[in-house]
Design a protein around this ligand. Structure first.
Ligand code: CIR
Length: 264
């Protein structure tokens, strides 16, 4: 079973009421907490439907963006790496996540350099390598530190670039199977997926690129029918999940969970 698409566990965190103060590149309106909670519940239920154990953490009011747990850690079979988010308001979220990962993993290490910044949203794990996009949140020092930490676990890191104006590398791509990536054309045009099969996100549906393969399902944000149909046509089983409220905060399917299978 592929460790980059099949997982025994996920960790999620319920949205806090403070989510209305979450970070966003452009203000497109205040997120509706009740609707976000309903979407979040559907997301968690879908992960569970695949047979995975989902640890649902409680809301953290002190951290408006804490529903986006993906940015706090990188989870590999051999161990977890606690991130150092580049957004100052999010630094403490990583510390909050560490004990939950320590409960499930034998090895938990952390990005610790004062000048190192890296967020999970910039990291795409595939069967053969880990791609990390430099972005406004992830810098060269953070990538260098991650490279050193995961080398003993046998994972090579390749530095790539997040397109300008795009929050995270994975805002624009997802892994669908060991060799197949879903990507916006503005990202794949950089050549970073040469050697992979690429399914293009339909023009005008760029927000659908942040989908996730989770066991036998692909979770796709609702409202992007041409991309959904392209994924189905390629042979995948799709579930559409409402994402209108997280989208107001530049969040999508990957941001809402940590997905992993800890090695015993
Ligand atoms: C932020 O700007 O940090 C949050 N509003 C959105 C984080 C989305 N996370 C992700 O793509 N992994």
């Amino acid at each position: 079973m592929s460790f980059s698409t099949h997982f025994s566990h996920a960790i999620t965190r319920r949205p806090a009421a403070s989510i209305i103060a979450g970070l966003r590149a452009v203000d497109t309106g205040t997120p509706d907490l009740a609707l976000m909670q309903a979407h979040h519940a559907a997301y968690v239920a879908t992960l569970r439907e695949t047979g995975a154990t989902v640890v649902e953490l409680g809301p953290l009011e002190a951290f408006p963006d804490s529903v986006f747990v993906e940015d706090t850690a990188l989870c590999l079979p051999q161990g977890a790496v606690i991130m150092r988010p580049g957004a100052p308001s999010r630094l403490g979220e990583a510390t909050e996540m560490a004990p939950h990962l320590a409960a499930l993993y034998g090895q938990v290490v952390a990005i610790s350099g004062a000048d190192s910044y890296i967020e999970g949203g910039d990291i795409l794990v595939t069967e053969r390598e880990i791609l990390v996009g430099r972005s406004a949140r992830t810098n060269a020092a953070g990538i260098a530190e991650l490279t050193r930490l995961v080398a003993p676990w046998g994972h090579p890191v390749r530095e790539v670039h997040t397109p300008p104006g795009v929050l995270h590398f994975k805002t624009d791509c997802s892994l669908l199977d060991t060799d197949t990536v879903l990507s916006t054309t503005r990202l794949s045009a950089s050549g970073c997926f040469d050697g992979y099969r690429v399914i293009d996100v339909a023009e005008g549906e760029e927000a659908a690129a942040n989908s996730i393969r989770f066991n036998d399902l692909v979770l796709v944000p609702a409202g992007f029918p041409r991309t959904r149909d392209a994924i189905i046509a390629a042979g995948f089983t799709v579930r559409e999940i409402g994402n209108s409220e997280c989208a107001k905060l530049d969040g999508g399917m990957s941001c809402l969970s940590l997905r992993f299978t800890p090695k015993p």
